[in-house]
Design a protein around this ligand. Structure first.
Ligand SMILES: Cc1cc2nc3c(=O)[nH]c(=O)nc-3n(C[C@H](O)[C@H](O)[C@H](O)COP(=O)(O)OP(=O)(O)OC[C@H]3O[C@@H](n4cnc5c(N)ncnc54)[C@H](O)[C@@H]3O)c2cc1C
Length: 465
């Protein structure tokens, strides 16, 4: 065994092949890799030692959180040269400061656990996504995750006050401030947020907290079409003001997929429509949220934006409504390999984008089954495509690539993006590089060179090498 592997072996590598499996693949199971070693450091100093050793020997390193990323960024490469650094054992809450509306936590903390900790102190950490029971805050920061509450609280980058990270030469950068305002020079932490493991390993973060809502109103509404959903969104912003926290569009195929995944999931409405909206408003303090919601729904009905609807009477009913949105993702996964996209367009163009893409897809691939849903308030649509039921496995990759091209081809007209929240990783690299302007490419490459001159951090993600 060469000496470097002897050195790495002191960081408790995973050697059992069954145990190793989960570090070599990701949630969608589309990508599978091999690793030179899988290490699980317990402290930031151990992370730094590993990176120093790898930097000295020019061994590539890939950080891993909860393996829920959807663009194959955390999966090691197929050639088995990369060292996987799992952050799962760096999972301590370092501090919670309710008076400062902040908490400082290690990168391996599971997102759902952070919700619980904040809640125990009458605070809210608002980042919420379907994978919250498995994804880690370090992974959320590395991917600048979005999720369900972006319209009110912003993406992960709006929620981070400070960062501690191990840089690609093994130095520890302590940028763990918990200041709500700090205007001193370049905001370096913002470069690490969304860098997908290419500029360093996030080991801890200070997070911004909010008052814990004491009232929540959740409604599931049938609308005639996406244009009606967008009009309804405008009305909700007006009537519910900044208390609106989620506004999701779901097509009827999405509801069917959720019921496929969870057969006892009841359709909440008598009326069947092509599109539905799942919305939530929340408040703390003396606001009468229920009355606000009632008034909003009355004006929405009067304006003809809503065909039918129901408002959850308690948290169990609200949970059942949210399961439709959450379980439709599982329903798609059960149908096997499919196209996942994560595009964004201006909110005002959502209906036009969907109409254009539906028509183009129907013409190019008449047997494709589109499943479009997403976060209306962010202009972020998951325009996914299922192959026809009996398509041979071997034919799916080319078919889905063709469908992806159709979806992406509709974006330039609306100055849209191929990735609203999932990032680039390896899965979207080609399309991302194609869309980069020369000056953007030069600056991006310059930042990478500055942080990681040896190119050891997550090669092949965001950059070709
Ligand atoms: C069911 C489901 C629903 C989802 N919903 C959403 C959603 O609504 N919005 C959304 O934005 N995403 C969503 N995702 C995608 C995913 O959950 C997020 O991208 C999440 O932030 C990834 O976190 P993770 O800990 O699983 O990271 P991983 O998958 O382990 O890693 C993701 C990337 O981050 C890097 N990385 C991980 N940890 C670190 C670290 N500590 N330092 C540096 N780099 C690191 C990895 O190298 C990799 O490139 C969903 C995924 C699933 C499976």
């Amino acid at each position: 065994m060469p000496p470097i592997d002897d050195h790495l072996a002191i960081f408790d590598p995973v050697t059992d092949p069954d145990q190793a499996e989960r570090y070599l693949t990701d949630w969608p199971r589309d990508a599978k890799g091999r690793a030179r070693a899988i290490l699980r450091p317990r402290t930031v100093e151990e992370v730094a030692q590993i990176v120093r050793l790898c930097a000295a020997a020019a061994i590539p390193v890939v950080p891993q959180g909860g393996h829920t990323g959807l663009v194959a960024g955390g999966v090691p490469s197929a050639d088995g040269t990369e060292v996987v650094v799992s952050l799962e054992r760096l999972n301590h809450i370092r501090e919670i400061d309710p008076a400062n509306f902040s908490m400082t936590v290690e990168a391996g903390c599971i997102l759902a656990n952070l919700h619980d900790v904040a809640s125990e102190h009458e605070r809210l950490f608002p980042l919420a996504l379907g994978a919250q029971g498995s994804c880690q805050i370090g992974g959320n920061v590395a991917t600048n995750a979005g999720g369900l509450n972006v319209l009110r609280y912003g993406m992960t980058r709006n929620l981070v006050l400070g960062i501690e990270a191990v840089l690609p030469d093994g130095q520890i950068w302590n940028g763990l401030r918990k200041l709500h305002k700090n205007n001193t020079g370049y905001d370096l932490k913002q470069l690490l947020i969304g860098s997908e493991g290419t500029l360093g390993i996030v080991t801890a973060v200070s997070l911004r907290l909010f008052p814990k809502p004491t009232q929540v109103e959740t409604a599931f509404l049938a609308v005639e079409n996406p244009a009606a959903a967008v009009a309804l969104y405008g009305l909700a912003r007006r009537d519910l003001s900044d208390l609106l926290s989620a506004f999701e569009l779901i097509g009827h195929v999405g509801v069917e997929l959720a019921q496929e995944a969870t057969p006892d999931l009841r359709h909440p409405l008598e009326t069947r429509s092509s599109h539905y909206v799942l919305m939530e408003a929340s408040a703390s303090g003396l606001v009468d949220l229920s009355a606000l919601m009632q008034r909003f729904l009355e004006s929405a009905m009067e304006a003809g934006h809503v065909l039918d609807g129901t408002v959850a009477a308690n948290s169990a009913q609200a949970g059942a409504l949210w399961r439709i949105r959450e379980d439709l993702v599982e329903g798609q996964a059960r149908r096997g390999r499919h196209l996942r996209t994560d595009v964004s367009v201006p909110i005002s163009d959502i209906a036009a984008f969907l109409a254009k893409t539906d028509a183009a897809l129907a013409q190019a691939e008449p047997n494709a089954i589109p499943v479009a849903y997403g976060h209306v308030g962010d202009g972020n649509l998951h325009y996914n495509v299922l192959p026809p039921p009996h398509m041979a496995e071997g034919d799916k990759p080319a078919f889905l690539k063709q469908c992806e091209q159709v979806v992406y081809a509709a974006l330039p007209e609306f100055a849209g993006s191929i990735s609203a929240e999932h990032g680039i990783g390896r899965a979207k690299l080609g399309s991302y590089l194609k869309g980069l302007a020369p000056e953007e490419k030069a600056l991006t490459e310059g930042v990478k060179r500055l942080f990681d001159p040896k190119g050891i951090m997550s090669p092949g993600r965001l950059f070709e090498v």
